[in-house]
Design a protein around this ligand. Structure first.
Ligand SMILES: Nc1ncnc2c1ncn2[C@@H]1O[C@H](COP(=O)(O)OP(=O)(O)OP(=O)(O)O)[C@@H](O)[C@H]1O
Ligand SMILES: [Mg+2]
Length: 342
């Protein structure tokens, strides 16, 4: 395929990443369909959040887009290059921060970055300069000489991000960049990602956290079991889910259906998405405002329903699934209200 566009950052369509009908099987036709016909686009200069539970196919997608794994079917273009036909050119335009740290434990932070610079054909002088610059930028200057094995989880992740930026990529893949990090470190990583985007990078970010997607992404693609089950702007998806979810545990779970009906009958915006989940003895009510919250609680009180417990929290990935598909996911990633709020 010939490149006819002059745009250095992407394709003729304004998309830095274009994926069509991507399929990847592991273990033959009877095996795992890690990707089962995935389409997605990442517009230049934006962050696409790819949300999905464990095993959804996120890392497989990132590996294919990094030319590390070959797809069984479908096409993928990154920065105007075809993953199958132009892997060498493509690799020069991308940066990858994998789900599992890729730094050499025995080398110091500085040595890791210098080595990668040299591998990318920078001169000694340029590799040194770039290592110094990036260590400074990711607040690792003090730890520059320590072996990476002595770094904390957050420092490693920052070193990983720094490493993925040495070649000044135009497209960055961040595969669950903050899973396992404490809230403070997570915020630091988010700040860095936002800075990269402000400087013009295009980012494909996989995550299991709705909050992370909300913080960083302008658009979301939700995948489950290798298929795209929803996509759109963050606000659109959030509107489907409701801003927050009220969880109500009645004293008598036999009353769940009646409670759900009473709430739905109010006709208030969004409340039609109320779901009773008898297995859990819980009513999930998507609420869009404090007024709605007050109205719902007031209504249940007036109708004489006994309430054992009420809690609110931000949408978790499961609730996104619940709202989008109308059913709970098989692989429930138990996000507690505390984790979501953190
Ligand atoms: N090398 C492999 N060989 C066999 N099966 C694999 C391989 N890599 C992934 N799989 C399977 O493919 C599916 C998708 O895995 P993948 O790692 O892409 O999911 P993920 O969305 O990244 O999950 P997680 O959130 O746990 O990282 C899973 O069922 C997984 O077991
Ligand atoms: Mg993964």
């Amino acid at each position: 395929m010939t490149r006819i566009d002059k745009n250095p950052n992407g394709s003729r369509t304004g998309n830095a990443v274009e994926v069509r009908g991507l399929v990847k099987h592991y273990g033959g036709p009877q095996g795992t369909r890690a990707l089962d016909g995935v389409d997605l686009d990442v517009r230049e200069g934006t962050v696409l959040g790819v949300l999905g539970p464990n095993g959804a196919g996120k890392t497989t997608l990132v590996r294919i887009l990094s030319t590390l794994v070959q797809p069984d079917a479908g096409t993928a273009m990154v920065a105007g290059y075809d993953v199958l036909r132009q892997p060498r050119q493509l690799r020069r335009r991308i940066g990858l921060t994998g789900q599992y740290a890729s730094v050499d434990e025995k080398l110091s932070g500085w040595e890791n970055l210098y080595m990668i610079g040299r591998l990318l054909d920078l001169s000694r002088k340029d590799a040194r300069r770039r290592a110094d610059e990036l260590l400074e930028r990711f607040s690792l200057t003090e730890a520059a000489k320590k072996p990476a094995m002595q770094y904390s989880g957050g420092m490693r992740r920052r070193l990983d991000l720094a490493a993925s930026m040495i070649g000044q990529p135009s497209v960055l893949y961040l595969d669950e960049p903050t899973t396992g990090l404490d809230p403070r470190t997570r915020n630091e990583v988010w700040d860095e990602v936002q800075r990269m985007v402000a400087e013009g990078a295009t980012v494909l970010l996989t995550t299991q956290y709705m909050e992370e997607a909300e913080q960083l992404a302008s658009e979301l693609t939700v995948i489950d079991r290798g298929r795209v089950i929803a996509n759109g702007k963050v606000d659109e998806l959030k509107a489907k889910v409701g801003g927050r979810t009220l969880q109500i545990r009645p004293t008598d779970s036999a009353q769940l259906p009646a409670m759900a009906r009473a709430i739905a009958e109010t006709g208030l915006d969004g409340l039609a998405g109320t779901q009773a989940v008898p297995d859990e003895g819980l009513l999930y009510v998507p609420i869009l405002s404090d007024e709605q919250l007050t109205a719902v609680v007031g209504l249940l009180g007036e109708r004489g329903f006994g309430i054992a417990h009420i809690g609110t929290h931000l949408p978790s990935l499961d609730e996104v699934f619940l709202a989008i598909t109308g059913q709970k996911t098989a692989s429930v990633s138990d996000t507690t209200p505390e984790e979501v709020a953190a």
